[in-house]
Design a protein around this ligand. Structure first.
Ligand SMILES: NC(=O)c1ccc[n+]([C@@H]2O[C@H](COP(=O)([O-])OP(=O)(O)OC[C@H]3O[C@@H](n4cnc5c(N)ncnc54)[C@H](OP(=O)(O)O)[C@@H]3O)[C@@H](O)[C@H]2O)c1
Length: 339
């Protein structure tokens, strides 16, 4: 008899859903027992022809009771709002663990409602743990609801966190971020069409992007610093990958590289580089690569992740590993897709 944990993937036709499938198919301790999208009535290889001959399963219209009958842990790779409606149903059944990839459980109620929509699950929201193991490892072990962090906040916050103790309260921090187009999900829009993105690069929602409050809130909760975060995301013409540049002035003299290295010395999935980082070395992996250089107290901090992996699906499986008592790195991709 298998000792594996049975898991469900809801939202399996999307970009992060596919990455979840790819990781979980090969995972030694998880067994995929239920796959769903919004309509059902199809199969995994019809949704994702790249998995033809690799993994076959019926894809159903998501139903909470059916999931509960065959699974112990559920990955929700759904748009925000749809996600909380479904998580609420699943958690009400009892005995299920949920890892939610959307923004629905990442923020405090007021912040969420200001930037997203009315929250429909205020019962479970206070119990959700922010799924950044670098800061919440112990809490993740003991929760049944993990809010997987956003991709921009992951790359930005991991770059910024080591330096928070040396930044003045209320200081301005500038974050310039670039994302591959898959960050926008599979739904085609004018902004993400081939003609718009090919050989092009553009900022979108400068200083107004919804991931800004997530970075601000975590700097306050984790780093105890109230900062003015000026966040400018860009779309770049690559499928996947995220490069973040943080510009900040400290209020004391430090050796930034030593601080960075010491801060992450025990973190398997954060790598420190002596040269600026790039998106190829993290593509296909759960790594966050970071580089820092200083001009006196002015720092340039540079980080890179795969938005679909460390920024979403591999991070979600790391969280599931921790929730289930497995080694954090169990089944987690480490080898990049280079060249
Ligand atoms: N893309 C990234 O880099 C990234 C990074 C971090 C976090 N996230 C977050 O992860 C979540 C998924 O993102 P994604 O990029 O994978 O999105 P996506 O490519 O647009 O896929 C969304 C998935 O949700 C399904 N869906 C939508 N409404 C549903 C409903 N009411 N019931 C059941 N299934 C429903 C869709 O099914 P159909 O195909 O049937 O419509 C599809 O499988 C989002 O909340 C996103 O913000 C994404």
């Amino acid at each position: 008899m298998s000792n594996k944990i049975n898991v469900a993937i809801v939202g399996a036709s999307g970009y992060t859903g596919l990455e979840l499938l790819k990781i979980l198919i090969n995972h030694p301790n998880f067994n995929i027992t239920y796959v769903a999208n919004s309509e059902g009535n199809t199969t995994v290889s019809k949704l994702h022809p790249s998995l033809n001959g690799v993994f076959e399963m019926e894809v159903k219209k998501a139903n909470a009771n059916d999931i509960k009958a065959v699974s112990e842990l559920v990955f929700l790779a759904l748009p925000h709002q749809a996600s909380m409606g479904f998580a609420k149903e699943l958690l009400a059944l009892g005995g299920l663990k949920v890892v939610d990839l959307s923004a629905d459980y990442r923020l405090e109620l007021d912040t969420y409602e200001k930037h997203y929509c009315k929250h429909e699950d205020t019962l479970n929201l206070p119990n959700a743990v922010y799924g950044m193991p670098e800061f919440y490892r112990e809490a993740i072990k003991n929760t049944n609801l993990v809010a997987n962090p956003g991709c921009y906040p992951t790359a930005s916050f991991l770059a910024l966190a080591p330096f928070l103790p040396f930044i003045k309260e209320g200081a301005s921090v500038f974050i310039d971020a670039k994302s591959g187009i898959s960050g926008a999900g599979k739904k085609l829009t004018d902004a993400t069409s081939f003609v718009s993105v090919s050989e092009n690069m553009t900022a979108y929602n400068p200083l107004k992007h919804r991931h800004t409050p997530e970075i601000v809130e975590k700097a306050k909760l984790i780093g105890k610093k109230d900062l003015k975060i000026n966040f400018v995301p860009h779309l770049i013409p690559v499928t996947r990958g995220m490069l973040v540049s943080v510009y900040v002035t400290l209020e004391e003299d430090i050796d930034a590289k030593s601080v960075l290295k010491a801060y992450y010395k025990d973190e398997e999935f954060v790598r420190i580089y002596d040269e600026p980082v790039n998106i190829k070395n993290t593509s296909g992996t759960n790594f966050c690569d970071i580089f820092v250089v200083q001009n006196g107290r002015d720092l340039f901090i540079n980080s890179s992740i795969d938005n679909l992996l460390k920024g979403a699906s591999s991070a979600a499986v790391v969280n599931a590993n921790i929730m289930c008592g497995f080694d954090e790195n169990c089944g987690i991709p480490k080898i990049a897709y280079v060249p």
